[in-house]
Each structure stands twice: as structure tokens, then as C-alpha cells.
Design a protein around this ligand. Structure first.
Ligand SMILES: [Zn+2]
Length: 342
């Protein structure tokens, strides 16, 4: 008991001494207790980053132990082009680091069902990880000195920094290529709502390669692909009159679509047809074999913008924001609503 009082007394004296000097006070110790962050955020689970991480090689079916920050740099270079703005690369490095850390926290030395041997794998199932030598070998000559050096510096600049929401480590720092102008609410694309994964505008994506992309299918091909993707469903008659978009999500993507007698989610149509994004519109036109009478001679045109699921950080949007003068913290706080970075 006396010792407790003594500790409180010492802590109080420390606070009194330090606060007037403008020194940031950590009101507690690392672990389960609350810690006051730099801006007064109360951390419920401030995490310690380990020195290494176990990575499951999905092709080789084996684990390797990788230095944690080296892993972060390799994922960053695997997931974002090195010619993106350095502030965007910094933002990407924090998303990559936070994702890995959240998996370590969740699985410890184990992993998910798909790879119980390690908390993360090296594919898009988790986040893409290519080792340094492979990265250098797949890029043009000179990339090691320029691109790789730039990515490594961006990761070094943010070393140890993670995303927190409401004092807890963010466990779904999702990202994707480009949004087409607006990101999505998590619940509109995946199963559940996540407070920091809400629809926001993404205005600076001029350089994205996916804009008004046309995918043209004959009605015959369209029907074949849809029926093959959902063999258990009875679509009945599929013709231009029975194919329409019924509703859209907050981010403008196709929410529900009627195809024959069946209603599908926009994300289901996207994956069945291999579209870059669920942000699409549809139109019909006469195909080359049009004979003036048969619907089967018609073509269906999907016009899509953006690439990827649309939830969380748009990478092209991050690059665009960086070029507009926003720094990595502003970029992350824009795409992950309400987060703090420490
Ligand atoms: Zn995985």
C-alpha cells in the first residue's frame, strides 16, 4: 500500500515538474494501462512493434522471419509505385505497418485459417510482400538507387508509426488503387460497418489509369458469364429489359442490380465479369450481328471508373493529395475518418 502511495506521489511530482516545461507526459507505462498521447488521446492498447515478423510464402508453403521495418518497406514497394509522391508513400507505409501489426496482435505466433503458420502471407490475401532482391529484379535498371531508396527513406521517416482509432490500434487499414471520385462505406462493400471506413470524396485522382473504362460483352457472353458465376440461381429470361441497376451505394457504386429474375450485389457482378470497379453504369447497343429483331444480337456495355473495392485509402487519391501539398498525416486522416497517428 505504502509503495502505491509512493508511486503516485512520484508520478504527481513528475507531472508538476514536467507540464510547465511543455514536455509531453506519458501518464502511465506501456502495456494495458492508458497512456496520454501527444494530443491528449487516451490509448487503451498502445502496441509495441516487434523486431521481426513471420511471413507465410503462399507459393513455397513456408515461413520466413523478416525484420519488421524491412518487411514494411518491401510491402510498401510491392503495393505502391515508387514514382508516387513521397507523402503518399509515407501514408502507404503506415497503412502497411498497421495492417501487419494488427495481424500480429490478433494471431500472435499463429495465423488465420488460410495460413495458420503465420499472421501474414505474401499475397493480396493479406498484403503483397516481395523480398528486396525480387523487387530489384522486377524493376528497371536504376530503380534500386532511385525508387527503392525513396521507399526506404519514406518508411524510415515514419518508422514505428501506426494508426489508432478511439485509442485502439486500427485493424482494417484497407486501401485500393483508385476510387473514381468517392470512397465507400465499409458496410456497403463488406459485411460490417467500421467507424473509420466511411465514404469520403477523393478529388485528386487525375492520374488514375481507370476512368470511363468500357467492358463490352455480347448478351450471349454476358448471360454465360453470369450463369457460370452463379450456377445455383435461377435467372429465368435475361434480356436488355430485365437487366438494370436498382440502387447505388453512398459512394456511387452499384449496390443492387437486377438480372433476369435475380437481384445481385454490385460487387458480385463486378467479380463475375472481372470489372475493375463496382462504380459502373450500363447501356445496350446493337452488336455487329444485329438483325433488327433478336435481343441476343445486342451488346451490353459496362462503363466503370476506379479500380479496387473502394474502401479506405485510395492510392491514386493519396498521390493526388500529396501533389496538392497535403502531408501523409492529412492524407491518412482524410481516408481513415477519425484516426490518430503515433
Ligand atoms: Zn494472408
Amino acid at each position: 500500500m505504502f509503495r502505491d502511495y509512493l508511486q503516485i506521489a512520484v508520478a504527481t511530482v513528475m507531472c508538476v515538474l514536467l507540464v510547465p516545461l511543455g514536455v509531453v507526459v506519458a501518464a502511465g507505462t506501456l502495456g494495458d494501462v492508458n497512456i496520454k498521447g501527444l494530443q491528449g488521446v487516451s490509448f487503451k492498447d498502445k502496441v509495441q512493434i516487434p523486431a521481426t515478423i513471420e511471413v507465410w510464402d503462399a507459393a513455397e508453403k513456408k515461413c520466413s522471419e523478416v525484420d519488421f521495418e524491412a518487411y514494411t518497406a518491401c510491402v510498401t514497394a510491392s503495393e505502391m509505385p515508387a514514382d508516387f509522391h513521397e507523402e503518399a508513400i509515407r501514408a502507404q507505409s503506415i497503412a502497411a505497418r498497421t495492417y501487419a501489426m494488427s495481424k500480429i496482435k490478433k494471431y500472435g505466433s499463429g495465423g488465420p485459417e488460410e495460413h495458420p503458420e503465420a499472421p501474414v502471407c505474401n499475397t493480396t490475401h493479406c498484403q503483397v510482400y516481395k523480398p528486396e532482391a525480387e523487387l530489384i529484379s522486377i524493376h528497371k535498371k536504376g530503380w534500386e538507387e532511385e525508387g527503392w531508396a525513396k521507399v526506404k527513406k519514406a518508411c524510415k521517416d515514419t518508422e514505428g508509426q501506426l494508426l489508432y482509432y478511439d485509442g485502439k490500434l486500427v485493424n482494417q487499414p484497407l486501401f485500393f488503387s483508385s476510387s473514381g471520385g468517392q470512397t465507400e462505406n465499409s458496410e456497403d462493400v463488406f459485411v460490417s460497418a467500421v467507424p473509420y471506413l466511411v465514404s469520403v470524396s477523393s478529388p485528386y485522382e487525375e492520374e488514375t489509369t481507370h476512368r470511363d473504362e468500357e467492358t463490352v460483352l455480347s448478351m450471349k457472353e454476358f448471360k454465360k458469364k453470369i450463369r457460370a458465376a452463379f450456377p445455383e440461381k435461377d435467372f429465368g429470361e435475361i434480356n436488355p429489359a430485365s437487366v438494370k441497376i436498382i440502387s447505388r451505394t453512398a459512394g456511387g457504386r452499384t449496390d443492387k442490380m437486377q438480372i433476369g429474375d435475380v437481384t445481385l450485389k454490385g460487387t458480385q457482378v463486378r467479380s463475375a465479369l472481372g470489372l475493375s470497379s463496382a462504380l459502373f453504369s450500363i447501356s445496350f447497343r446493337e452488336g455487329s450481328g444485329w438483325n433488327g429483331s433478336s435481343d441476343s444480337q445486342m451488346e451490353i456495355v459496362f462503363t466503370s471508373s476506379g479500380s479496387g473495392h473502394g474502401v479506405g485509402m485510395s492510392q491514386y487519391g493519396a498521390d493526388g493529395m500529396a501533389k496538392e501539398g497535403y502531408d501523409y498525416k492529412e492524407i491518412l486522416k482524410h481516408y481513415y475518418s477519425g484516426v490518430e497517428i503515433y
